[in-house]
Design a protein around this ligand. Structure first.
Ligand SMILES: *Cc1c(COP(=O)(O)O)cnc(C)c1O
Length: 406
């Protein structure tokens, strides 16, 4: 029996149906119309050789030269001095919260328009989240709202333990402004850059300039290790502390000695080998995702009531996901009608992140801002943005065009 490797609906955690791990076995007969997924994992080509090399040398554990080489590659890609490879992006964020000293009862602030993993580890640690709205110009944390909240919090003596801006869908937040504001009150910034590896902010890699930045190598991200993450910084002590905690906080003693408890958050050599083979393709993938975005924007530009995620002058987005806005009155269909029509045409699409302040899991948590994030959720749709043939992208485009009644 050939190993069954199938994609789930999110594109997470599995290889494409056209991927053959065992040469000589016939590939499953191609469906006449394969479902087009949002961001399925894509092989770079060197994975098997990298795995072969790693396993032949006997490297399997979450330590040793292969994770170290992967960390080196991540440091190079993110322009940072220090980096730790982790078992997931969420684990990297959790370690970030730990090394910033987040404790029960502390406040942690983030942009409401993000994936739950941005804040989940802090909440699990007993911190209290406060959600701030996104700015319309970038869909990322609004620095004006941040400034007014910091001012108020300072007068009450209740500053947050950490502020966590998010580089959304491949687009950098306005990091210098955010770091500058937080620095005024001594609040550290942990940047959730999980969706934006390969993107730039003011000519440098995203996340650089924050106290810490977290990246993800999950199956749906632009580069994958089959699962994995990284925590990077220019501060040696923070990363050394995170490394200590990621490996069960073992003190140096012949027996196991612990001053505190840690986690088992290392990245296996096997996954690091896959990540190493993938990360070399990063530049090409950013170019490909930007080209996919440009083709959507061009081929849909004449339709009324459609718009796309803006790209502010401060950065160069990786366009990890092409994200479109639908004005139902002008386009003639709602975001949900369009999503269903795409689904029927065999195309996966997904609403923009539901703002965290609207999630039942965070009921009662304070939110500050207007209705920007809520509107982006109501009207925003993420389109397939991974490797696609022009014919496949045309199927997405034609389906959208056929829905327009404007
Ligand atoms: C993917 C993602 C994460 C988590 O990464 P995992 O590797 O899946 O744990 C965190 N934050 C954001 C914004 C993400 O998109």
């Amino acid at each position: 029996m050939a190993l069954a490797l199938r994609l789930d609906a999110t594109g997470n955690g599995a290889l494409g149906e056209n991927v053959r791990l065992f040469p000589g076995r016939p590939a499953a007969s191609a469906q006449p119309r394969q479902r087009i997924l949002l961001s399925p994992p894509q092989l770079a080509g060197g994975e098997l050789a990298s795995l072969d090399h790693t396993l032949a040398a006997g490297w399997i554990a979450p330590a040793g030269p292969v994770p170290e080489a992967f960390e080196e590659a991540v440091r190079a890609a993110t322009g940072t001095e220090y980096g730790l490879a982790t078992s997931s992006g969420t684990a990297a964020l959790h370690l970030g919260y730990r090394v910033l000293g987040v404790e029960r009862g502390d406040e942690v602030w983030t942009s409401t328009l993000t994936f739950v993993a941005s804040i989940a580890p802090a909440v699990q640690m007993g911190a209290r989240p406060r959600f701030l709205d996104a700015a319309a110009e970038s869909w990322t944390l609004d620095p004006e709202i941040l400034e007014s909240r910091l001012r108020q919090a300072a007068t009450k003596g209740k500053l947050p333990r950490a502020v966590v801006p998010v580089d959304l869908y491949g687009q950098s937040c306005d990091l210098d402004v955010i770091v500058g504001l937080c620095g005024r009150w001594g609040v550290p910034v942990l940047c959730d850059s999980a969706e934006a590896l390969g993107a730039e902010y003011r000519g440098r890699p995203v996340g650089k300039g924050a106290a810490l930045a977290a990246f993800s190598f999950n199956g749906n991200k632009i580069v994958t290790a089959g699962g994995g993450g990284a925590l990077v910084s220019d501060d040696a002590a923070l990363v050394a502390r995170a490394r200590h905690l990621a490996t069960q906080a073992k003190e140096s003693a012949p027996h196991y000695q612990h001053e505190t408890t840690g986690y088992s958050y290392g990245l296996s050599s096997v996954l690091a080998a896959v990540g190493l083979a993938q990360i070399g393709a990063l530049k090409d993938r950013v170019a490909a995702r930007r080209a996919t975005f440009a083709r959507y924007a061009l081929r849909l530009s004449d339709l009324p009531g459609l718009g796309f995620m803006p790209e502010p002058g401060w950065g160069r987005s990786s366009r990890w996901l092409t994200t479109m806005l639908i004005d139902p009155a002008r386009f003639g269909a709602t975001r949900e009608q369009l999503r269903k029509a795409l689904d029927e045409a065999g195309v996966e699409s997904r609403p923009v992140w539901k703002p965290l302040h609207l999630q039942p899991a965070f009921r009662g948590a304070p939110f500050h801002g207007g209705g920007i994030s809520g509107q982006l959720f109501d009207r925003g749709l993420c389109l397939p943005s991974g490797a696609m043939t022009p014919e496949e992208q045309d199927r997405v485009i034609d389906t959208i065009r056929a829905c327009c009644r404007g």
